[in-house]
Ligand binder design. Structure first.
Ligand SMILES: Nc1ncnc2c1ncn2[C@@H]1O[C@H](COP(=O)(O)OP(=O)(O)OP(=O)(O)O)[C@@H](O)[C@H]1O
Length: 231
């Protein structure tokens, strides 16, 4: 069995509601998980059980209330929860990709350059980065007439496809996916299923939230039900 690519131990999250006199909102506690190269772990549980919050803790967007997250980065094990901000940025660039539910739109930047940007960060030249971005957008059926437009006015499904291309183009070895197929039609859902399976086949370790059961069945190699970690 290969080494884990990402591991969480004793992870807990509770929110402090500062606007409500510091009331604590516990979400989950004592989460242990591991994901290895080629695996796709699906997070399950009812709405509000903390699936998105867990992904954000793994990515480092939310500080965990307790516990640790580690990742294999450049062949070394790195305790992400204790890493310096500079190291976290390097991990996100090279190792840990994240497809959020919604595209964070950057004003005036065309869709093609939004998708090319992770490759530019890795030092890929502008022409090659745009060419590869175009291939991703074509694969995701985004009409070429939209490529030079900023995605702010795109439909929900168009924005999501730009988001998926942006989140997956750098082919990081670990991918966190928060409902990547939520606003897609059947044809584009099938494309995204293929992309996730191809990522696992090239050795990526994937953790995702997939509300669509067909999608989940098609990609998941394991499941973690967050109901078991309610506090
Ligand atoms: N930034 C925040 N501040 C306060 N509470 C939050 C914050 N983010 C999430 N929560 C709360 O944490 C709980 C878990 O939310 P989360 O979005 O992680 O659940 P989920 O399982 O992903 O839900 P869904 O399936 O509906 O997307 C919810 O009760 C939510 O209100």
């Amino acid at each position: 069995m290969t080494n884990p690519m990402l591991e969480a131990r004793g992870l807990a999250k509770s929110f402090t509601l500062h606007g409500r006199g510091g009331v604590q909102l516990p979400v989950f506690a004592d989460v242990d998980l591991q994901v290895r190269s080629g695996e796709c772990l699906a997070l399950t549980g009812r709405s509000g059980s903390g699936k998105s919050s867990l992904l954000r803790c793994l990515y480092g967007n939310y500080a965990a209330s307790a516990g640790e997250v580690g990742v294999r980065h450049q062949g070394e094990w790195l305790a992400l929860s204790k890493a310096q901000p500079r190291e976290v940025l390097a991990v996100r660039r090279d190792t840990l990709g994240y497809v959020s539910q919604f595209l964070r739109v950057i004003p005036r930047v065309p869709a093609l350059d939004v998708v090319a940007q992770p490759l530019r960060q890795l030092g890929v030249g502008i022409e090659e980065a745009r060419e590869r971005a175009g291939a991703w957008l074509a694969r995701l059926n985004l009409h070429p007439r939209l490529w030079q437009l900023p995605p702010a006015t795109f439909s929900g499904g168009e924005q999501q496809r730009v988001n998926i291309a942006h989140g997956m183009i750098a082919a990081q070895p670990i991918l966190l996916l928060d409902e990547p197929t939520a606003s897609l039609d059947a044809a584009n859902r099938a494309v995204v299923v293929d992309l996730i399976r191809e990522a696992c086949a090239r050795g990526a370790a994937v953790i995702g939230i997939f509300h669509d059961e067909e999608v989940r069945d098609a990609v998941a190699t394991g499941r973690l039900d967050l109901e078991a970690f309610r506090t």
